[in-house]
Design a protein around this ligand. Structure first.
Ligand SMILES: Cc1ncc(COP(=O)(O)O)c(C=O)c1O
Length: 395
């Protein structure tokens, strides 16, 4: 029999699954090219050519027992050292291999971090709108998710609400910048204020409150926008990173968690992360992909393709009369829905073969997420549908 806890996860998952199934049905009925599926954050840009070259090189040039055997549960030492050296060069940190655990993507990085820091009923603050899987990841360790609504004009966290939400049970704060679903980058000012509040609250409650900075979109930053480096602002920081989006390889499951050296209990925490990776059932990240990382860590997908999509879709929506902020990163737009009921709005969008996700799935009703990691043609060809949707609610 399926456990009660598992049943709650299943109820939550059925919405996304239903949309996926519906998309497939619509494509069959109307033809794939006539369905504008903006529902999934599956990268559309090809991986850089260096990825395939590195993969071939690694397979051809590494001894089988070194390539396919169990590595340290935290990952190959030389690969972790490579990650540390990159961080030291780019961010001026003083990291070494001990700061890193290589994981099966950001999802595992988040899960093992939560496993390490949470007691049952401990609270984790997230800023709405937020990546819906956080609910499940926190629940996996019997933690309690505490959503704090961001300022819906800027989608920067609301500091007053944030401070009010912290109590003695608060053990973690997940931030995600560039953000899914808004595309917004948290400013240096936001991070400074957040850090001041957390330092004060840590003193008040006498224990660490960790920031877990979820950064799978770190490389997807457009124009002159600058992404602040979170450990520069706050010592008790973990970074959860993934190559899923930067290299367009989400199916390969490779990323890492990096614990900042200055955090409370650094040594015990990193030892615990290593064990959490093992006993969580991940054991270690795929060894072939670990070996590929040093060859491709300076590469990223051609972000000009996403930028062109963002500019085209944003301009199109504004021209049609939608209200939306222009984000600096990731591959999502998060416009206001034209009626208050975002679920009904996304349902109505299907009449025009548009698949978009209600903001309430991200804890932020009244908005919808459009994942523009699609072909440029999809964007151009969807204009008429967005126009009809607007007209439907303008009468
Ligand atoms: C905000 C956010 N965090 C984490 C993940 C999980 O990333 P990965 O597939 O690398 O585990 C995603 C994936 O879409 C995401 O959007």
């Amino acid at each position: 029999m399926v456990s009660e806890k598992m049943k709650t996860f299943m109820v939550g998952s059925s919405v996304i699954r239903a949309m996926f199934e519906e998309g497939k049905k619509m494509a069959k009925k109307y033809g794939k090219e006539n369905v504008f599926d903006y529902s999934l954050g599956n990268p559309s840009v090809e991986p850089p050519k260096e990825v395939k070259e590195a993969l071939i090189k690694v397979i051809n040039e590494t001894a089988p027992n070194e390539l396919h055997g169990y590595p340290n549960n935290s990952g190959f030492e030389d690969v972790r050292l490579h990650l540390a050296e990159k961080s030291n060069r780019v961010h001026g940190t003083h990291y070494n291999e001990n700061n890193y655990v290589i994981t099966t993507g950001a999802a595992a990085a988040l899960n093992i971090t939560l496993k390490v820091i949470l007691e049952p009923q401990d609270e984790v603050i997230v800023f709405a709108p937020f990546f819906g899987e956080y609910r499940n990841y926190i629940c996996n360790y019997d933690g309690v998710i505490v959503p704090v609504l961001s300022d819906t004009k800027t989608f920067q966290p609301d500091m007053k609400k944030f401070e009010d939400a912290i109590n003695k049970k608060t053990k973690g704060v997940i931030i995600n910048t560039p953000n899914n679903p808004t595309g917004v980058i948290y400013s240096a000012d936001t991070l400074t204020q957040m850090s001041e509040i957390l330092v004060r609250k840590e003193k008040e409650f006498g224990h660490a409150i960790y920031i877990i900075s979820d950064e799978p979109y770190r490389e997807l930053v457009y124009g002159d926008a600058v992404l602040p480096f979170v450990p520069d602002f706050y010592d008790d920081t973990f970074i959860a990173y993934s190559y899923s989006k930067s290299l367009s390889i989400p199916g390969e499951r490779i990323g890492y968690v990096c614990a900042n050296t200055k955090m409370e209990d650094f040594e015990t925490v990193t030892e615990a992360l290593n064990i959490a990776n093992r006993i969580g059932g991940f054991v270690n990240a795929p060894t072939i992909w670990q070996r590929v990382i040093p060859y491709v860590s300076e590469c990223s997908v051609d972000i000009n393709i996403y930028k062109k999509n963002r500019d085209t879709l944003y301009n199109m929506l504004i021209e049609l009369g939608y209200e939306c902020i222009k984000p600096d990163g990731a591959f999502y737009l998060f416009p206001k829905t034209l009626i208050e009921d975002d679920v009904a709005f996304c349902q109505a969008a299907k009449e025009f073969n548009l698949l978009i996700v209600p903001g309430s799935s991200f804890g932020c009703p009244g908005f919808c997420r459009i994942a523009y990691c699609v072909s440029y043609e999809t964007i151009i060809n969807s204009k008429e549908s967005f126009k009809k949707l607007k007209d439907k609610f303008s009468k």
